[in-house]
Design a protein around this ligand. Structure first.
Ligand SMILES: Cc1cn([C@H]2C[C@H](O)[C@@H](COP(=O)(O)OP(=O)(O)O[C@H]3O[C@@H](C)[C@H](O)[C@@H](O)[C@H]3O)O2)c(=O)[nH]c1=O
Length: 370
């Protein structure tokens, strides 16, 4: 896609706290920027997940993107020592670029100029997001003293930074053949059922035993289990019982293949923030296992999201139940109910499609601040 924004040099900083979301969001953003003609240096302190999420990324096979090791110690030595100046810095989730990097870059800027420095924040539908999106935060300390960092909040409404959405997303969705995917992904299961397909990407949600109980006794349900914690949680629930043949365990796959699993299933169990966004784009029924926070802040975040989603009472109650904050499971997970919930997701998707995507907003924001 041709870009109306001039090509700039970007540094994206990703510090992996836990799980896969930090890598997932930073990689999607880097790809989106590169697709708009931008040059990206992606700094990461843990890169193992990129091997399957974005094969070839570490080997430099993605035009426009260079993945580099995060080095807190650097002290002006390589890798920071010889870097050319960059125009935009993105620190994901407030991870703070390393001081040696800031010092090295500062020396390359005239006293009255600076890079556009952005803190890409967590995704939330809470009202503070609209109030704080785009606000400046002057730096008081460290090598960046006197410079400004800007808050950029992703979000679900026009007054926020929007969501990551590839330019060809709808075209790919339109051309997607769910039956063909099912036959390739789980041929044995596809051969015996034309029923409901579920995908499971979760931590250990309180509602999981209930779901597994439902599906274990259902002759027409396929459950695509993702590797890692979801698979471990299912194994623990099964105990000594054999693994059901209709519950295929998926391999780790790259992001486009992960997205396709969500397009192909009738109900997607998702977690974190990137897979939630992908569930919305999929336009199928979903239940979100929100990343739990120790202070319980995730309950308000979940409520705000369900409000924005216009979730009907049964879907709201299911989310509360799923996340262990009261609520009840639905009386069933019939095809008709899943269809109703898919309509909710599609209505939300229509609202989102009428808004500007995150990358375009970010490019415009940077153009305005330079
Ligand atoms: C299972 C699987 C996942 N993925 C990708 C999709 C997503 O980009 C990524 C998962 O990211 P999330 O959905 O965000 O879930 P997560 O739970 O892994 O990440 C979380 O990390 C915490 C630190 C954050 O605070 C949370 O908000 C959240 O982002 O993994 C694949 O590409 N292939 C796969 O096979």
């Amino acid at each position: 896609m041709s870009s109306t924004f001039p090509p700039l040099r970007w540094d994206v900083f990703c510090r992996v706290i836990d799980n896969l979301g930090d890598v997932g969001v930073c990689w999607r953003l880097s790809r989106a920027l590169a697709a708009r003609g931008q040059q990206v240096r992606l700094w990461m302190d843990q890169t193992e997940a990129l091997r399957w999420m974005a094969p070839g990324a570490l080997e430099g096979h993605w035009p426009g993107i260079t993945v580099l090791p995060w080095n807190d110690e650097g002290d002006g030595a390589p890798p920071y020592g010889q870097l050319p100046r960059s125009d935009v810095w993105i620190e994901a989730f407030g991870c703070e670029p390393p001081q040696p990097f800031i010092a090295q870059q500062r020396a390359l800027w005239p006293a009255d100029q600076a890079p556009v420095w952005i803190n890409l924040e967590y995704l939330s539908a809470e009202s503070y997001v609209e109030r704080t999106h785009g606000l400046p935060s002057p730096l008081m300390n460290g090598a960046g003293r006197g410079w400004t960092r800007w808050f950029f909040y992703p979000g679900f409404t026009p007054c926020t930074g929007g969501l990551l959405r590839e330019a060809d997303l709808l075209q790919r969705l339109d051309g997607f053949d769910a039956q063909a995917w099912r036959q390739t992904a789980a041929p044995a299961a596809a051969a015996v059922t034309t029923g409901r397909w579920f995908s499971l990407f979760c931590y250990e949600p309180p509602g999981l035993p209930w779901l597994l109980e439902q599906l274990h006794s259902a002759p027409d349900a396929v459950l695509c289990v993702t590797p890692g914690r979801a698979q471990a949680a299912v194994a623990q629930w099964l105990g000594s019982r054999p693994w059901p043949s209709a519950w295929p365990v998926r391999p780790w796959v790259d992001q486009p293949r992960f997205d396709e699993m969500l397009w192909a299933c009738d109900l997607n169990v998702v977690r974190g923030e990137d897979s939630l966004v992908r569930a919305l784009w999929a336009g199928q029924a979903f239940v979100w296992h929100i990343y739990p926070q120790h202070d319980g802040a995730h309950h308000a975040k979940l409520d705000a999201f369900l409000d924005w989603l216009d979730a009907p009472p049964d879907l709201r109650a299911f989310h509360a139940f799923w996340n262990g904050s009261g609520g009840e499971p639905p009386p069933d997970l019939s095809a008709a109910r899943l269809q109703d919930w898919a309509e909710v997701a599609r209505a939300a998707r229509r609202r989102l499609l009428a808004q500007t995507d995150l990358t375009t907003q970010l490019l415009a924001f940077v153009a305005e601040k330079r």
